[in-house]
Design a protein around this ligand. Structure first.
Ligand code: PL3
Ligand code: FE2
Ligand code: FE2
Length: 241
């Protein structure tokens, strides 16, 4: 009896610890992974096409932007391999719907030549989202996916950095557009996080932690761009109201 009681205690402790690794072969893990994996694959695919569009908006940096875009294709292939490795079929229709509002906003902005909004959506919002989620995922991923994601996250900083530098150099002329684009798009990131949080939980990724990591990456990036504390606070508040 004694031994049984203490065994139960150990199990309970392991389940409570968010850092403990999940059972990668369980049906519940594979089911949640089919959506999360698809979201990441679709996100990388759309990032590729967004960088090609950005290359058209900023022809003087076309070569660099195409190079950044090609990295996204590699990321996509890497994450496809992660799904295959776990024998999971990504739920791509789910992922397409998941990104549709944000992607439409990008395409609308592209159509009217609104570089600021395109950069905010792809380089700042999406890349901050990816960087924060990948960092949280790395702690609880299977060994194969962990290695892939560690390589990917390094590139994502280059993508974030590109947007930061451009917006910083043009800040005075784009500030109003930047605020407006933030107001329209940051709430979408918040709802997207809400939408995947249950599946992320199954992968042992904590929602609060995902939100914290995102807000840190996002606010850091706004600081790099040269916004002051008040402006950053005002922009961050768009996520809750
Ligand atoms: C651009 O380089 C990448 C765009 C991808 C965006 C991904 C968002 C991540 C969403 C939620 C949690 C994912 C965890 C990672 C798992 C493989
Ligand atoms: Fe990427
Ligand atoms: Fe990226």
């Amino acid at each position: 009896m004694q031994a049984l009681a203490s065994d139960n205690l150990t199990v309970e402790k392991e389940e409570l610890s968010s850092d403990s690794l999940p059972d990668f072969s369980s049906e519940s893990y594979k089911d949640a992974y089919s959506r999360i994996n698809a979201v990441v694959i679709e996100g990388e695919q759309e990032a590729y096409s967004n960088f090609l569009d950005l290359a058209k908006l900023i022809p003087e940096h076309a070569e660099e932007l195409v190079r950044l875009g090609k990295m996204e294709k590699k990321h996509m292939n890497g994450f496809c391999a992660c799904g295959r490795n776990l024998a999971v079929k990504p739920d791509m229709p789910f992922a397409k719907t998941f990104f549709s509002k944000l992607h439409n906003n990008f395409l609308e902005a592209f159509k009217v030549g609104d570089t600021t909004t395109c950069l905010l959506i792809q380089c700042i919002l999406i890349e901050s989202f990816a960087i924060s989620a990948y960092h949280v995922y790395i702690r609880v991923a299977d060994p194969f996916a962990k290695r892939i994601t560690e390589g990917v996250v390094q590139d994502e900083y280059l993508h974030l950095n590109y947007g930061q530098e451009w917006l910083k150099a043009n800040l005075e002329t784009v500030k109003k557009d930047l605020m407006k684009a933030n107001k329209e798009n940051l709430p979408l990131i918040k709802s997207m996080l809400d939408e995947v949080s249950n599946d992320a939980e199954v992968l042992h990724m904590d929602k609060e932690e995902l939100m914290e990591e995102f807000m840190i990456a996002y606010q850091d990036s706004l600081m790099e761009i040269g916004l002051d504390n008040r402006e950053i606070a005002r922009m961050a508040l768009a996520a809750v109201i």
